[in-house]
Design a binder for this molecule. Sequence first.
Ligand code: HEM
Length: 375
Amino acid sequence: MYGFINQALQEFVIRESSFETWEEILKKANVDLGETNEFSQRRIYDDQNTVDLLRVVSETLGLSQNYILEKFGEIFFEYIQDAGYDNILNNLGGNLKDFFNSVDAIHEHLMFVFPGMRVPSFHAKDTPDGSGIEILYFSERAGLEYLVVGMVKSVASKIFNVVVNVELCEPVNQTEKSAWSKFLVTPESNSGINQMRQHCKQIQRMEQKLELVTLSSRISNQTFCQACPFHIMFDTDMVIYQAGVSLTRVLPSVKVGQTRVDEVFEAIRPHIPLTFDQILQFINKVYVVKTKEGLLDSATLTTVSEDDIGTLELPTMRFRGQMLYLPECDSMLFLCSPSVLNLDGLNEVGEYTKNLMHTHLASSKSDACRSPQVR
Ligand code: HEM
């Protein structure tokens, strides 16, 4: 895990005790951080270091690991705020539920800043009885649930000015390598519920304004497929019945009316099986999917995605975008663009790919749905 997050654990020990105690703990846990004895923000450390340190901090300070993790989470949140992300955090959502539904998007974006980070995923919804919200948390790392408890409490109090109780429910789906956990979040006083789940008035007004933006659609299917060259539309059986022109060029095995989404793509984020119901449940997420091996038309696409490094024979391609439910035809629209490492990567790929990318790079300045995302 990046030193950026581990520094919060170091800070916790120093606040509770002293830097000398931290140095002692490092020795006991057999963690070598070099001469400074401090984590460095931009380095990735073995997750085992964090596990060992948590155990030794708990033994040395006589505090439970859950308590330490909760404080670790609170300090991590302070760290993020102080590291210049406060503006983003203040504008991530109008309430606690929207905030947690937007964290994936921010982490997704941060992968350009912290390459190789293995981020968690969050999904928040109202509780059936309306008393609060449920937050689902997915991590490739087991055992960090109480870190999230600390973060939820901090976000609630520091961003939304509401004190909340956070209860960790039974594990939803836990394996040795990953876990979905569920938290029940309720306000300490009833008046706090508004900050947790109701849209703020400004957003409601914006949504009303957006309701009527066209009289009738005049765009043909062909024009749409050119205008959004990397999209697919699929029905409730997950069969693709429309695809953008560039996507079908890269993936010639996509046969509209026949190919199922899961035959050509696997989900990287969110961590869900690609079924219609699951996508509906996680509709507000940033979607990152990867083509299955051996389907790409060009063997020269190797620099396009970070997954491809070292797998030159069977390149794959990542697409990042957004799912939109289309009630008028009970279908899903995946508006996406290829995720590329850098512009050099685009230059290196073959003539075929240059043609493919040309229009989208040249014609788009800000439209994420049309332009490839360059990392
Ligand atoms: C906006 C600024 C943010 C930055 C710069 C940031 C950065 C990071 C980094 C560098 C990691 C380590 C990942 C790795 O090394 O694999 C991480 C992990 C994590 N982040 Fe963020 N993050 C941000 C926002 C948030 C927010 C708002 C939350 C939730 C309230 C959050 C929750 C977490 C959690 C729980 C982890 C632990 C990893 C895991 O669960 O597997 N982060 N973040």
